[in-house]
Design a protein around this ligand. Structure first.
Ligand code: NAD
Length: 256
């Protein structure tokens, strides 16, 4: 019987690539995101890969919407075998000007929402003695960069959360791992390039070469399908002993 994966923030960028990869592998999906054409994106994947794809526009800022998304998915598909917490936003600003509202949003979407989805799938994963939780953290879950205080705090936080649930899940064959990618050229990064150019007062090309890829030993953006394939591998029945990790996929950024 095919397994089911819920991927937050999966109507754009990395999440969308993960959704496509899981659909190709025969998973049933619950897709989520704020893109207006989310339902059409989900329908197109359902048609292309001939699988079942549900879509939820739940906003990860709001616990009651997360509740509705997960409970609705469990009602319709009976199980959630793989949970991928991927939804995330960024804001770049010196700490003294960092808007409090942006700080709170980043902590809620990039960190707290993963706690909220996890607690809702937990009992069902526990009772079926199988669960794979993958948190899309970032290289910024392991190292910091200036002007990204909230993002770095949230991503370090999710690495800690991942370790904790790995320990709690171990007796029930629930694994939890964090992936820590370097720069992937998605809409989130396109926006950052503009913001960083403004913050550092340099051109967008200089941001790409001197700030982003400067930190990676391999001077290339990380392909989104590499991250998606890693998620497939971690979700395998045989991957039960890989847990509690924070895996860098960062062109050697963390090797320095
Ligand atoms: P993206 O902007 O292309 O996609 C983000 C997705 O999250 C979208 O579908 C968006 O609708 C959704 N989202 C945002 N706020 C939401 C909310 N409140 N509720 C529900 N959905 C929401 O970004 P991306 O680059 O694909 O980033 C995906 C994840 O990967 C993020 O957690 C990000 O921090 C992480 N990441 C990205 C990079 C990178 O270089 N792009 C590197 C490391 C980690």
């Amino acid at each position: 019987m095919s397994k089911t994966a819920l991927i937050t923030g999966s109507t754009s960028g990395i999440g969308l690539e993960i959704a496509r990869c899981f659909a190709r592998a025969g998973y049933k999906l619950i897709m989520n995101g704020l893109e207006e054409n989310g339902p059409e994106i989900a329908k197109a994947i359902e048609k292309e890969f001939r699988t079942t794809v549900l879509f939820s526009s739940a906003n990860m800022l709001f616990p009651e919407q997360i509740d509705e998304m997960v409970k609705g998915a469990l009602q319709q598909l009976n199980t959630i075998d793989v949970l991928i917490n991927n939804a995330g936003i960024q804001h770049v600003s010196p700490v003294e000007d960092f808007p409090i509202e942006k700080w709170n949003q980043i902590i809620s979407i990039n960190l707290t929402s993963a706690f909220l989805t996890t607690r809702l799938v937990w009992n069902q994963m526990k009772s079926q003695k199988f669960g794979r939780i993958i948190n899309i953290a970032s290289a910024h879950g392991l190292v910091a960069s200036e002007f990204k205080s909230a993002y770095v705090a949230a991503k370090h936080g999710i690495v800690g959360f991942t370790k904790t649930i790995a320990l709690e899940g171990a007796p029930y064959n629930i694994t939890a791992n964090a992936l820590c990618p370097g720069y992937v050229k998605t809409p989130l990064v396109e926006k950052q390039i503009k913001d960083q150019a403004r913050a550092h007062q340099i051109s967008e090309r200089e941001v790409e070469n001197k700030i982003m890829l400067h930190k990676q030993a391999v001077k290339e953006f990380i392909p989104a399908d590499l991250i998606a394939n890693m998620c497939i591998m971690l979700s395998d029945e045989k991957s039960g002993t890989i847990t509690g990790t924070a895996i860098p996929i960062d062109g050697g950024w963390n090797a320095q």
